[in-house]
Design a protein around this ligand. Sequence first.
Ligand SMILES: [Zn+2]
Length: 314
Amino acid sequence: MPLYVGVDLGGTNIVSGLVDREGRILCRDKRPTRQDLGFEGSLEQMRASIRAVMDGAPEPVRAIGIGSPGPIDPFEGMVLEPENLPAWRNVPLVRLMEEAFGVPAFLDNDANVATFGEQWQGAGKGIRFFLCVTLGTGIGGGVVLDGKLLQGFNGNAAEIGHITIDYNGPRCPCGNRGCLELYASATGIVRRTKERMERERPDTVLWKRLDGLTAKDISEAGNNGDKFARAMYEEAGFLLGVGLVSAVNLYNIEVIALGGGMAQAGEILFEPVRRTVRERGLPGVRDKVRIVPSKLEDDAGLLGAARMAMQRTE
Ligand SMILES: [Zn+2]
């Protein structure tokens, strides 16, 4: 049975895995990306990580799949200028990996491959119309339609974080205004919580944590009964729901998985998201969609990358 290598290239760590056709991870390697060594040193970390899982593989490795922070060009196999990978600029990563390992390599962005991993072995297992949303510093998304990962014509599909929530809203780094990630990402909820504290001087335990406030502080307070903190998650969940309605109506999605640190908040986030989608989605669409936590955490990227390599070579 042929094997595949999946690689999750991140700004801090590189995680590689040797994966079989059933989605079992036969071995795993995690090491720092070491951008402090410059591009060549960092690239060598990646080669070493892949070598570590390929050496001793019981069967031949047929292909390598890689998930990288964007922007990338998946069709040219190029890592362009990711903010999280300042040492990597316009890198022909697919060609470099094919030269180093003598097997075909494939590249897509990290949110897309993580979505594919969840659809293969996680919260979207067996689901043909699937959306995965990662709530972190920004909001990443990926869409699987009829079992295939949606890439878009030049590899920029599924940027759900930039759905417009308020056309007069604050400016987003992307150039648009009022994008979803300004409201419902971890960064967004922290910013809005601080703004509202300044404006309304609410009675909340968050005053004690104002320096270095995190989305986790807010969810912990909310889950411990702090009304203000709860209201902030209610608002973020509502706005996330408003954004998801657009995606659900557009693609007739069956399951949405929410991941990333903020999804750990649990029902104080999920309840307003589900309610909003139920209230605002189109009839025939809104009642069928299920909204669930994502399952795979750290392994989603490498599994999805391996799955992509498998699908492209079969
Ligand atoms: Zn934007």
